[in-house]
Structures are given as structure tokens and as C-alpha cells.
Design a protein around this ligand. Structure first.
Ligand code: PLP
Length: 387
């Protein structure tokens, strides 16, 4: 019998937890009501959405569940946050600040402000670990700055940003702070109050929930402009019949993420550290990207000099992983994140992203380390001589 490939791409997406699926199923079949309907089915659906809203609010430490707006994912949440908050604060001629390593969804939303609303956009650089200095953000703020958007955890190198320090500056100047927390929320790493953010984008499929559902955390009292209007759903901020099964799934996934019923982030970190140790010992020329400590527990971004990461992965069908981020894969361009931390084009192409998650086992780590090491030696014999 063939052994199934080892899934090391949890930052691209995660498998839906069976308990999440179980919670969702009745909402496709028997509990199919529209939450806006004034009858038994409608009321049951509305109740289920209310419970899920509370569960997602609890995941990120939101005080009030009405601070959660369900969207189709983090891409939409990023657009609603950035366009919605900026345009409500200043319809034209404002200034928006991000880091250079944001997800493309954030950068694209900012570009819309530039192209259609006369905004200026400043991208602040990061250090070699991918961290932005709060002082560098403070230095570029102007009287026109309405919004700062800094991702909580990077999707390629896993680095976590010091949001609370950035929030001190933005809050003191009345500037809105948004964070793309698609990668970090499932690890229980985001508390919106501690982080001091006004807006946070979330995605269910990064935390064992279904694809196509996410949320925007919106601090109570903050006014934003809806980007999709019509039926007035989601407090008038996101029209369209809510995807009740997916919302219920997101809620269940959020509850699981903070429970003892799933492997802890500490467990995943220990497995990741084991894989990192094995690979960097066997391949001494390899370098680890991202912050040594302030990094997502499952992330391992490795640069293997002299090797094309895409070629390496092609030769190891037994491992499902990615080069750079899944979103950049296929564009042919080196990742903007890897070049922003100082990697050359060649080094960026030699970079592999292995991301571990709740389903990863010690056996997966051991097999993956062997497969990668053997193939790397084959492609770059010099790596073997270096041992
Ligand atoms: C940091 C980050 N932001 C946004 C997204 C997009 O999320 P979604 O797939 O829910 O639209 C992703 C997913 O890859 C991500 O990693």
C-alpha cells in the first residue's frame, strides 16, 4: 500500500476537523433556514449564527460579539477593513501605511485607494527577521495618515509583529490600526485588546475550519463604509445571505482552537523545532528565515543554497509543501517577502516553506527530514561535503 504524502502546507490551508464538519452538517440539511426569516427555521439559523459570532469573538478576546462581521475570508475582510475604514475617515487624499511584507490582499486593497481615491501608500521596510520597527512606522506618519495596516504573523516566514508597540503610536495620534491575523488567530496568539488593534482580519480555513468564511473584528464604535450593500446583513456592513453552515463551522473551529481537544501550539512548535534541528544539522549550509523566537509555531522557511526549491519539491512527491507562499507560487516572481528581508533572487528561489499543523506527527517529521536531506544531497552534492 502506498504511504500518503506528508502534508506540510498548513499555512496554505488546513484540513477541516471532523468535529467542525459534524457541527456544520445539519445546517445544510434539516436546519437550512435563512437567519433573516421570521419563522422556526429562520430563528434556529439566527441562533446558530449568534453562537458562532460569540465563539469567534472569544477566540480573539473581543468584548462584544457584535464586533465580529462575517465575510467570505481574510481577503474580503482585508478589503472591508482597509477600504471601509480609510474611506469612512477620509474619502480622498488620505495616506495609508503598511509594511513591505503584507499579504497581496492587503497590498491590492491599498492600491485601490491609490488608484481610485487619490491616496498615498507608504510601505515600511522590515529587518532581516521580518520585523518592522515601531519607530519606523511612527517616522512616516503624516497629518493625512488615516490607517496603518500591519500583519500579525507573516504567511511565508511566520514572523510576529509587535502590534502593541505600534498601537501606542497610532492610538496617540488617532490613527486606525488594522492587522491581518489570518495566520495567527488559530494559534491563540491574537488578543485584540492586548494588541490594541481596531480592526483584525480572520480566516477559518487556517484553523481547521471551512474555506470561504472569515471575519473582520471591528472595535465597537469605529465607523467603516460597507463595501457590499443590499440586504443590510452583518450590521449593514456586508450584505448577502449569511453562509450559515460555514459560519457555524468557523465558530466550532474557533472554540476548538482554544480548547484542550486539539494539539497545542507548544506541541506543534516542538515538532517544528525538531524538524529544523534535523535539517540544519544535516544541511549546514541551510538558513532559517523569520524571527528565531517570535514566529508562528508551525512555520519553517528554509533557504537551501544551490537548490531550486521548486525542483526539490517536484522530486519529492511524498511531501506536500510550498515554495514561498502558496499565493505567490506560479507567478515566477521571487517572493516580495523574501526579498524584503534581504534575500537575493537566487536565495528566494532556493527557499522552501514547510508548515506544520495539528495533524503533523513525529513520524511525519522524521520521514520528511530524511526525504528532504537525501534529495538535497542529490541536487547539491556540496551540501553533503559540508557535513
Ligand atoms: C496573511 C494572509 N492574509 C490573507 C489571506 C487570505 O485569506 P482567505 O483565503 O481567507 O481569503 C491569507 C491566506 O493565504 C493569508 O495567509
Amino acid at each position: 500500500m502506498n504511504t500518503p504524502p506528508i502534508y506540510l502546507d498548513h499555512q496554505a490551508t488546513t484540513p477541516v476537523d471532523e468535529r467542525v464538519l459534524e457541527a456544520m452538517l445539519p445546517f445544510f440539511t434539516s436546519e437550512y433556514g435563512n437567519p433573516s426569516s421570521p419563522h422556526t427555521w429562520g430563528r434556529a439559523a439566527a441562533r446558530a449564527v449568534r453562537v458562532a459570532r460569540r465563539q469567534v469573538a472569544d477566540l480573539v478576546g473581543a468584548e462584544n460579539e457584535l464586533e465580529i462581521v462575517f465575510t467570505s475570508g481574510a481577503t474580503e475582510a482585508n478589503h472591508l477593513a482597509i477600504l471601509g475604514a480609510a474611506l469612512a475617515a477620509r474619502p480622498t487624499g488620505g495616506h495609508i501605511v503598511t509594511t513591505a511584507i503584507e499579504h497581496k490582499a492587503v497590498l491590492a486593497a491599498c492600491q485601490r485607494l491609490v488608484d481610485h481615491h487619490g491616496y498615498a501608500h507608504t510601505r515600511v521596510g522590515v529587518d532581516r527577521y521580518g520585523q518592522v520597527r515601531p519607530a519606523d512606522i511612527a517616522a512616516v506618519l503624516t497629518k493625512n495618515t488615516v490607517l496603518v495596516s500591519v500583519m500579525h504573523a507573516n504567511n511565508e516566514i511566520g514572523t510576529l509583529q509587535r502590534l502593541a508597540a505600534i498601537a501606542e503610536t497610532t492610538a496617540s495620534r488617532g490613527i486606525i490600526l488594522h492587522t491581518d491575523a489570518a495566520q495567527s488567530a488559530g494559534c491563540g496568539l491574537l488578543d485584540v485588546t492586548e494588541a490594541g488593534v481596531d480592526l483584525a482580519s480572520l480566516s477559518a480555513h487556517k484553523l481547521s475550519g471551512p474555506k470561504g468564511i472569515g471575519a473582520l473584528y471591528l472595535r465597537g464604535g469605529l465607523r467603516i463604509t460597507a463595501q457590499q450593500t443590499g440586504g443590510g446583513q452583518e450590521h449593514g456592513l456586508r450584505a448577502g445571505t449569511p453562509n450559515v453552515p460555514a459560519i457555524v463551522g468557523f465558530g466550532a473551529a474557533a472554540r476548538l482552537a482554544t480548547s484542550d481537544a486539539v494539539p497545542s501550539p507548544g506541541h506543534i512548535r516542538a515538532l517544528r523545532d525538531g524538524l529544523q534541528d534535523r535539517l540544519t544539522t544535516a544541511l549546514p549550509g541551510a538558513t532559517v528565515n523569520g524571527h528565531p523566537h517570535r514566529r508562528l509555531p508551525g512555520n519553517l522557511s528554509l533557504t537551501l543554497p544551490g537548490i531550486e526549491a521548486a525542483d526539490l519539491l517536484d522530486r519529492i512527491p511524498g511531501i506536500a509543501a510550498s515554495t514561498g507562499s502558496a499565493c505567490d507560487t506560479g507567478s515566477g516572481e521571487p517572493s516580495h517577502v523574501l526579498t524584503a528581508i534581504g534575500l537575493s533572487r537566487e536565495q528566494a528561489r532556493a527557499t522552501l516553506r514547510l508548515s506544520l499543523g495539528r495533524t503533523t506527527t513525529a513520524n511525519d517529521v522524521s520521514r520528511a527530514a530524511d526525504l528532504i536531506t537525501r534529495t538535497a544531497y542529490l541536487l547539491a552534492p556540496a551540501l553533503a561535503d559540508a557535513v
